[in-house]
Design a protein around this ligand. Structure first.
Ligand code: C2E
Ligand code: MG
Ligand code: MG
Length: 693
């Protein structure tokens, strides 16, 4: 299809050349304006918008070059393509014109086919760029346009003309790169070269309309630059490819820099770590370190102060991290979200790395002033010394993450150095997670029951449901070994639902078999992660209904950490549960940080004194005083107290004397399987009655 309505300006002081060329172009459907001098051309362009200028170089003042120079002061090469018409073999002029900003050139005597092909190539390039402009990239493209390098591959002679700017992008001067295709192709990153070749072949063969490819080229300083190369094949009338010509833009910045903070991004960081790994393979004594930084509580800042302030904080952090470059010759980067990393090249001992980590923490410790408020932040840092056993960049980042998580688990605001022990633990943890999933699907979990006893008469008042894992290889496994992982992975939600259902159905059965007043109760542990599950309350209601159990016989046990995590949300859920009629207990009381104000405000009815205090009650030990205090406190707040972990007759007696009426512990019974628990109920009261009295 011939181009229609595209307006060209042909500038030539030779009237007959001008006329012939203009007429031929008009026959191809172009609208052609004519100018017989440089001055006329400039005046014309002032008033009229044209799509391309065909500019004769050899003219009296102003010369073609002069016109080009003035034009480029007002129009970029992507806004207004200019094709220079030069004398044959006048390479000096061609190069100068290209450097000033000509988009292409044709030589005299004019080969009309060639001129036509080049005009079309420029017009379609301009059209493509205009499309990009519409996509809001006007500024970026305009800035780039004038910076483009040019290349022009003569397929017949197999030579490529590279513009000075093209060579400059790779740090080379004009005479350092000759016309051979190898100058380009041998510099392409091995991972990209197949793609480039494929796209070039497609453009030459005509199977694709044009060539467009982003790839890495090696700079003279051996670093990699990302370039966007675009071109078009120029063909004979019969479609034979003659040349492939186009432009090259350096897009390294957008490929390797994080747009928010302008720090190197994950791509560049990974590339540098890969270099460090490769270097450590070559040089036995070379060591490097990767520090992975994660902000503690960034989410809270983002949620409470808004994303804009969150972004500002990230920018502020990046600014401070840049200082590490001079201090420790290290490279900071932003990997994602609130995750930053630092690569220390050529480290001299662990001491050096620790000093750098301490420097990071110190430099982030001062408050950030964001929109008039002081915001504090701290980071957890995971450190990997390379190369160690790591083989790939992914290995290193994964190990750094393991160490960083350790730092978080230990309270945040600190750094941890990865060691093999951590790797073993990480692997074990991963196995545990996989096993948990499979076992959940297979039903390898079981609920055990530990009785709660009335210290006055040994009667069983209820049970606490405690989950057990019949691990396919390890056998019976206690919650201490898997609850934390189940919480982290969210698997606690389906697991907790299983325990709740199991325990309530069991309770329903026992209440029928052993009717009592008040009926036997059941306590179920719920961890903070389940507490965030929006379906918790609905589930409780549904399960109670299905099991035919009164809400009043179900008690939910929560540790104080639930309240610490999110007191407002927690209070709401507690109120709903209370509304359903379920009893609420604080478990392990005294080990957390719950304040008295929580106790007063929240609808708890029972405290469970942690077993560490019960076991520390022997004469003269602190435990006794603590238990007394808790009992006094509970009495004041009208809360029932249950003592946990009663292992001896003395402890049971002492508790009863202190006025504690209820207890659990190995002394009465260990947690047991349902059938064994049923037998305890059948033999109730427990034979401990005498012992306690
Ligand atoms: P917990 O809720 O405080 O449960 C009491 C723990 O103390 C149980 O450990 C129990 O076996 C143990 N125990 C009871 N009497 C004595 C005693 O006289 N001496 C000693 N040394 N220990 C005693 P277990 O079953 O290993 O459970 C540990 C923790 O795991 C529980 O502490 C609870 O926080 C959690 N857990 C257990 N089952 C579940 C569950 O279904 N869901 C959730 N979210 N957590 C659970
Ligand atoms: Mg409990
Ligand atoms: Mg407890």
């Amino acid at each position: 299809m011939e181009p229609k309505n595209e307006r060209l300006l042909v500038v030539d002081n030779d009237a007959s050349n001008l006329d012939t060329l203009a007429r031929r172009l008009e026959r191809y459907g172009f609208a052609v304006d004519r100018a017989s001098s440089g001055g006329e051309a400039l005046r014309h362009l002032d008033k009229t918008q044209v799509d391309l200028v065909l500019l004769n170089h050899h003219m009296p003042e102003p010369t073609g070059m002069e016109v080009l120079r003035r034009l480029r002061a007002t129009h970029t090469s992507s806004e207004l393509p200019v094709i220079m018409v030069t004398a044959l073999n006048d390479t000096g002029t061609v190069v100068e014109a290209l450097n000033i900003g000509a988009n292409d050139y044709v030589t005299k005597p004019l080969d009309f086919e060639v001129a036509l092909a080049r005009i079309r190539a420029q017009l379609s390039r301009r059209a493509a760029e205009h499309e990009l402009h519409h996509r809001d990239q006007r500024d970026a493209m305009a800035a780039r346009g004038s910076n483009d390098g040019l290349w022009d591959w003569n397929l017949e002679s197999n030579e490529i003309y590279y513009s000075r700017r093209w060579k400059g992008m790779l740090g080379c001067s004009d005479d350092e790169i000759d016309n051979s295709p190898a100058e380009w192709f041998s510099r392409i990153h091995p991972d990209d070269s197949n793609r480039v070749q494929h796209d070039l072949e497609a453009a030459i063969s005509g199977s694709s309309d044009s060539f467009e490819n982003e790839h890495r080229l090696q700079h003279k300083d051996l670093s990699w630059r990302w370039v966007l190369s675009r071109g078009k094949a120029i063909r004979t009338e019969s479609g034979e490819p003659l040349r492939l010509a186009g432009s090259q833009t350096d897009v390294t910045e957008s490929k390797i820099a994080d747009p928010l903070t302008n720090l190197p991004n994950r791509n560049l960081f990974a590339e540098r770590v890969a270099n460090a790994l490769a270097k450590s393979g070559r040089e036995a004594r070379y060591e490097f370190a990767v520090l992975l930084l994660d902000l503690d509580r960034f989410k809270v800042i983002n949620d409470s102060l808004g994303r804009l302030i969150g972004d500002e904080l990230l920018v502020g952090i990046a600014r401070r991290l840049r200082g590490i470059d001079q201090k420790f010759a290290a490279m900071p980067a932003r990997l994602s979200g609130d995750e930053f990393a630092i690569l220390m090249d050529d480290v001299v001992g662990l001491y050096h790395v620790k000093k750098a980590a301490a420097w990071v923490q110190q430099s982030l410790a001062a408050p950030f002033s964001l929109e008039g408020r002081d915001v504090f932040c701290s980071v957890s840092i995971g450190i990997v010394l390379g190369p160690g056993d790591a083989r790939t960049v992914e290995d290193i980042l994964r190990d750094a993450e393991t160490a960083m998580h350790r730092a978080k688990t230990l309270g945040g605001g600190r750094f941890e150095i990865f060691d093999n022990e951590m790797r073993k633990q990480a692997v074990a943890r991963l196995e545990l997670e996989t096993d948990l999933r499979t076992s959940l699907a297979k039903g390898d979990f079981e609920v055990y029951y530990q009785p709660k006893v009335d210290l006055d008469n040994g009667h069983i008042l209820g049970f606490e449901a405690l989950v057990r894992w019949n691990h396919p290889r390890r056998g019976l496994t206690l919650p201490g070994e898997f609850i934390a992982v189940a919480e982290e992975t969210g698997l606690i939600v389906p697991l907790g639902r299983f325990v709740l259902e199991q325990a309530c159905h069991q309770l329903g059965a026992w209440q029928k078999e052993f009717p009592r007043v008040p009926p036997i109760s059941m306590s179920v542990n719920v961890s903070f992660r389940q507490f965030r599950d929006t379906h918790l309350c609905e589930n409780v209601e549904r399960v109670l209904l299905e099991a035919g159990v009164d809400a009043g016989s179900l008690r939910i046990e929560l540790t104080e950490s639930v309240l610490m995590e999110d007191s407002a949300g927690a209070a709401q859920v507690l109120d709903r549960l209370k509304g359903i009629g379920v009893g609420l207990k604080i478990d392990d009381f005294g080990t957390g940080y719950s304040s008295l104000s929580y106790l007063c405000r929240l609808p708890f009815d029972t405290l469970k004194v942690d077993r560490s205090f019960v076991q520390d009650m022997a004469e003269g030990r602190d435990g006794l005083e603590i238990v007394k205090t808790v009992l006094a406190l509970a009495a004041g707040l009208r809360l029932t107290v249950v003592a946990e972990g009663v292992e001896t007759k003395e402890q049971a007696e002492q508790l009863r004397r202190l006025g504690c009426h209820y207890a659990q512990g190995f002394y009465f019974s260990r947690p047991v399987e349902a059938e064994a628990a049923r037998r305890l109920l059948a033999g109730d009261p427990l034979p401990i009655e005498e012992a306690v009295h």
